[in-house]
Design a protein around this ligand. Structure first.
Ligand code: PLP
Length: 410
């Protein structure tokens, strides 16, 4: 008899976004006259940068002819030109990354989800609380979560590192010894960004404990304050203890196109003391499970990293950041306390009158017809908070904010 993986039964609830979709759909069905205004899921809305489109068109043209057609890449790890362009991109930021430490993939969600597979089954995993749900759910499915405690809304074996108003939404170091630490900066959902000093502390902890930091930099392009680190590899010692993930989803509008990368330094040294082993395992993992990112998309990524491409991406990022500023200004005017949104595309607000996150979700939906994301869906410390996304056409963001101003009863 084929038995299924029982760890799936431990997942606390459906993935957050399907649940939001279900509630929004039910409201729409019950109120067909109302237009739902979406500020929930962090999906990009503006057109691809022209240079990206040009590079992809050129690659498609090559594929259209027998003489220039190519199939599988030489390896699953990415085309050399792109890996080198990525390394050069890090070098511009003062971070030392070699091209052969870059693993091109089809996005940061698969990589942040799959990476846990190279660590031992009994690894103790620490997550920021609240956190992007993928870190928790993939470890639960792999059996590292233990039982779900409904009262605490937490898994027994995971170490939750609370991020709240008191610590500026960046956690204190774990109290005991943990093995794998997920950090996301700029943070989804709180919109906070770790400072160099805060990352240095974690690097010190990780090196002392032979732990690994899994650093998700999917939103790095939204950082405007030049004193804030965009890569953990800008910091001394990170090459010994960190893996970094990045995605062109939010930086270049690749949410549907799909491309990201993971950097595993060959100098990374874990519990067994053998440097380079994590790099070897991930190489093996990718060559076994993955057949490389789309060649057309890899060309598009080269376009995004080119000088003109980077300039064009910045224009789109600025557009979303202006949305974020509008969201913050409007909500603050209404007396709602807001965080984030200055170096990140997410505004994290404190629900008015101490409401529960899902109650505020229903209130915002029914009164203002606006869909946002309940903070509690990201972990127990997200309760009482709510995330609004600045991705969206300006006119839709303005319409949503006007509706909030007019219809939300505070
Ligand atoms: N990491 C974080 C923190 C995210 O918020 C997201 C997407 O919303 C991702 C990774 C996923 O990126 P990708 O589209 O490359 O899979």
């Amino acid at each position: 008899m084929a038995k299924l993986n029982a760890n799936y039964d431990k997942l606390a609830q459906g993935y957050l976004f399907p649940e939001i979709g279900r509630r929004a759909k039910a409201f729409a069905a019950a109120h067909p006259d109302k237009k739902i205004l979406r500020m929930g899921i962090g999906d990009t809305t503006e057109a691809l940068p022209p240079t990206v489109v040009k590079y992809m068109h050129e690659r498609v043209e090559l594929l259209a002819h027998r003489e220039t057609y190519t199939g599988y890449g030489d390896t699953s790890l990415g085309e050399d030109a792109l890996r080198e362009a990525v390394a050069a991109d890090y070098a511009r930021r003062g971070a030392a990354v070699n091209a052969d430490e870059v693993f091109i993939s089809d996005g940061a969600k698969p990589d942040t989800g799959n990476i846990q597979g190279i660590f031992s089954d009994d690894a103790i995993v620490a997550v920021q609380d609240p956190a992007y749900p993928v870190y928790v759910d993939t470890n639960v499915v792999a059996g590292r979560g233990g039982a779900y405690n409904a009262e605490r809304q937490a898994y027994e074996r995971l170490v939750y590192m609370p991020c709240n108003e008191h610590n500026g939404f960046f956690p204190a170091l774990p109290q005991g010894k943990v093995d794998v630490i997920y950090l996301c900066s700029p943070n989804n959902p709180t919109g906070s960004v770790a400072t160099k000093a805060q990352l240095e502390q974690f690097i010190g902890y990780a090196r002392a404990n032979r732990a690994v930091i899994l650093f998700d930099a999917a939103y790095r392009d939204y950082i405007r304050d030049s004193s804030l680190p965009r890569s953990i590899f800008e910091l001394e010692g990170a090459r010994q203890c960190a893996i970094e993930f990045y995605s062109l989803s939010k930086g270049a509008g690749f949410t549907g196109v799909r491309l990201g990368w993971t950097v595993i330094p060959k100098t990374l040294t874990l519990e067994d003391g053998e440097s380079g082993k994590a790099h070897r395992l991930w190489t093996r993992r990718q060559n076994t499970y993955f057949n490389g990112a789309s060649n057309v998309v890899q060309s598009g990524a080269l376009g995004a990293l080119s000088e003109t491409g980077r300039r064009e991406c910045q224009v789109i990022i600025d557009y979303y950041m202006q949305n974020a500023a509008l969201i913050r200004a409007t909500l603050t005017d209404l007396g709602i306390k807001c965080f984030g949104g200055d170096n990140a595309p997410y505004v994290w607000l404190k629900t008015p009158n101490g409401m529960k996150s899902w109650d505020f979700f229903d209130k915002l939906l029914t009164e203002a017809n606006v869909v946002g994301t309940p903070g509690s869906g990201f972990g127990p410390s997200g309760e009482g908070y709510f995330r609004l996304s600045s991705f969206g056409h300006r006119e839709n963001i303005e319409a949503a904010l006007a509706s909030i101003k007019q219809n939300l009863r505070l």
